[in-house]
Design a protein. Sequence first.
Length: 159
Amino acid sequence: MKRETRFLKFVIYLMALFALGLCIAILPLAFSAITAQRWAIKLMYTATFIGLYASAAAFFVALRQGLLLLRYIDNDCAFSELSITALRKIKVSATVLSGLYFIGLPLAYVVAQEQDAPGIIVICFMFAVAASTIAVFAAVLQKLLTHAIALQRENDLTV
């Protein structure tokens, strides 16, 4: 099974490197380029960047749990409580991520008005919906895995 999960691990590492590059290189450059004259706009930009770094932390937690889940699959422990725990943490991280982006929508609106860039609202909404979808999918997988483990235990007891 290790060969089948190798590609997924590679994709997770690639996403982590991309997000880390954004957090280390691009976001500080964007933050230093803020030239707003009013303090309220600077405060909104600061809140936006804090929200982006908080969402990056939730994203990294979800990626780590995804790697752990793939390791459990490689070690033939896919039907275990450890997998349920990893899926629960992915669900919570995706819910936090979605919540941060939905909370950030009003800030995105103000920033879009200030910069005259309505695409910012659409991008923020797409991230929020994508994170919500991942949270729902992880919840469904967690429920299915819980039922599968219960059935497996019941079958072990009847044999």
